[in-house]
Design a protein around this ligand. Structure first.
Ligand code: ACM
Length: 634
């Protein structure tokens, strides 16, 4: 007996019981905890309906359970004794809709119910977040008790449109990388991938009969540094950077996405942002010298000093007064409509410069003929013709909020990016709207101070992202289809950095588009984010720790020395600093009140801890930089 107790002691002490906190992102509608746990056995059985749409639901569950645990997983379609039962409701539960689910974890087994396979898929994502973080491992982890806490969860999304936009033009991302993007987004219950397929830097979609779009339009010169400031390419620099998706690639991606309950929204961005198309087929331009243009490699092509719309230094627009443009777009939209089963085609419409149109005789003649009074009305004329083309292919028409200017096409849906104003205006006119405002949802923006982040136009910290509310006050919610975050990639050169930009801010957006508004709570959310950071560490996925970076606020005191305040985005952080160029740790001075640098100091170095553990990265802020910020404020 004593020997048995001794052996048991050894067994228990070598196993880690790391599960405990429940940290589900996005927060479910209802979650009731019980007592006890369900522990995965060595041999896991799954009961699943035999439905072709269940293929990926099972594959995800099987793979994610078998690999880290080393358990065997078997699947059958009728086994009431199964470890995990996936059940489709025999009578539809109206409250669950198409994507809702109910998940029950008891000490005996796990049951997920839904009306449709999509709901079971989301139930599985939730279930996986209940297991210890080691469930994220891509290889076997020993000595873990694979326990999930007893819970009853019922859940249903707030919005049907839960989107992420991926710009695959500024930098090209391969088919395999797009699949990885899809794999990552579905874990947080996103269901729409908006692919920004064309822009000044590349045309990424094979169009049969228009070969130059991808022979010429998909390639530029590889440059490294700060996109937008690159030296203009010289003739001897190779134009071999870029790529495109063949139509077979797109079919494969659409199928891959569909199996994971994701729709792909294609965007063909016209009439602005069209340099790659213009270079491929210069006859689509109003401007004769277009035949000397090259696909952009990140050099300056716009003057933004006077605000929007920009002044174009090269004419990157399709010509609204040229019939060949509509023939071209008809051909493109025919194939786009065939390739992408989703009901919408996004036609861009943003940031279209008008300065080349203003001096063009064909545009002047068009304005006279069609009685158009402004350049906005010229663009509106273009959009209305394009709307007819898109609708003739059986698709709905969507564009960025600039399509409101000069008169909105009759059935257009609007994606509101310049704040929510355009979305409100469109919804008031009874048009469908997707909210995607820069203020909350632009994941290309810097997550912390420009001293550490790759520089881009603006900043958007995690706590601001979490405030995203897709339905503004006073708007009829029936016109708001949902919300979306956008990852533009001017400054994103590879997939690891794409992950860094997405996470954790895409956790916040996921909660804004899935969870009930009244369930959102920043402190609770951030505790879950830290749990998911640990999960990402196990999965070896990248995320940004910028949320731990201090917020610098610098002013000048009456005696004209600097006064440096260090704000915190989250509570419970301890900041330590040095002015002597050495690397602070938690045995250095702790920040408690505003700092004044010693007279000859050149650098403020900062490190952040939480509960004696380093969480932030080393920040080096030159004193000269802080001084120049004060000068700029004047
Ligand atoms: C946009 O960000 N130009 C839609």
């Amino acid at each position: 007996m004593r020997k048995m107790a001794f052996l048991l002691g050894i067994c228990i002490s070598t196993f880690s019981f790391s599960q405990s906190t429940i940290a589900i992102i996005p927060e479910p509608v209802s979650l009731k905890t019980g007592s006890g746990n369900f522990v995965l056995p060595q041999s896991i059985s799954i009961e699943s309906p035999s439905n072709p749409e269940m293929k990926q639901v099972i594959a995800v569950l099987k793979d994610r359970l078998a690999v880290p645990t080393g358990s065997t997983v078997t699947v059958s379609n009728a086994s009431a004794n199964a470890t995990i039962r996936l059940l489709l409701n025999k009578t539809v539960d109206e409250k669950m809709g198409k994507e809702g689910y109910a998940l029950s974890v008891t000490p005996k087994n796990i049951v997920i119910r839904a009306n449709q396979p999509a709901g079971l898929f989301y139930g599985v994502q939730t279930l996986l977040q209940l297991f210890p973080k080691e469930i994220e491992s891509a290889s076997r982890v020993s000595n873990i008790v694979w326990a999930a806490p007893v819970v009853e969860i019922s859940d249903v999304p707030r919005f049907g449109w839960r989107g992420l936009m991926f710009d695959v033009t500024r930098h090209f991302f391969t088919k395999a990388e797009v699949k990885q993007f899809i794999d990552d987004m579905v874990r947080y219950k996103y269901n729409l991938l908006h692919l920004h397929l064309t822009d000044d830097e590349g045309w990424r979609l094979e169009i049969k009969g228009l070969p130059k779009l991808t022979e010429v339009g998909a390639w530029n010169v590889k440059k490294t540094g700060y996109f937008g400031t690159f030296s203009p390419p010289t003739a001897d620099e190779p134009r071999n950077y870029g790529g495109f998706y063949t139509q077979n690639d797109i079919k494969e991606l659409v199928q891959y996405a569909k199996e994971r309950f994701v729709n792909i929204l294609p965007e063909i961005d016209v009439p602005g942002h069209s340099l790659a198309a213009v270079v491929s087929y210069p006859e689509l331009s109003c401007t004769p010298e277009a035949n000397t243009y090259r696909v952009r490699s990140g050099e300056v092509i716009m003057d933004w000093s006077k605000g929007a719309p920009p002044i174009a230094l090269v004419d990157n627009t399709l010509c609204p007064a040229n019939e060949k443009v509509y023939t071209f777009l008809d051909k493109v939209m025919t194939q786009v409509a065939q390739l992408f089963p989703f009901e919408y085609i996004h036609v861009g419409g943003d940031e279209c410069p008008k300065n080349y149109w203003e001096k063009n005789d064909a545009i002047k003649a068009l304005m006279q003929r069609e009685k158009l009074k402004s350049m906005e009305e010229v663009q509106s004329y273009f959009e209305k013709r394009l709307e007819k083309i898109v609708e003739s292919k059986g698709k709905k028409f969507m564009g960025w909020d600039e399509i409101l200017e000069g008169g909105l096409a009759p059935s257009a849906a609007v994606m509101s990016w310049r704040g929510v104003k355009g979305g409100i205006e469109a919804a008031k006119m009874k048009h469908d709207v997707v909210m995607s405002p820069t203020t909350y949802a632009y994941l290309d923006y810097m997550q912390a101070d420009a001293i550490t982040e790759p520089r881009i136009y603006a900043s958007l910290r995690l706590n601001k992202t979490y405030e995203f509310e897709p339905v503004p006050d006073g708007v009829d919610a029936q016109y708001i289809k949902g919300g979306q975050a956008n990852l533009w990639t001017e400054q994103v050169y590879n997939m690891r950095h794409a992950q860094y930009m997405l996470w954790p801010r895409a956790f916040a957006i996921a909660e804004s588009v899935w969870s009930p508004k009244e369930k959102k709570n920043w402190n609770h959310f951030f505790s879950k984010v830290e749990n998911h950071f640990e999960r990402f560490d196990v999965a070896e996925k990248k995320y940004s720790p910028a949320v731990y970076d201090p917020i610098f606020n610098v002013t000048r005191t009456a005696d004209s020395s600097l006064r440096i305040e260090l704000g915190k985005e989250v509570a419970g952080l301890d900041i330590y600093y040095s002015f002597d160029n050495s690397f602070p740790d938690r045995f250095y001075p702790k920040y408690t009140t505003a700092l004044t640098p010693p007279k000859d100091a050149v650098m403020l170095k900062i490190i952040t801890y939480k509960d004696k553990k380093q969480v932030g990265r080393m920040i080096a802020m030159p004193i000269a930089e802080l001084r120049s910020r004060i000068e700029k404020k004047k």
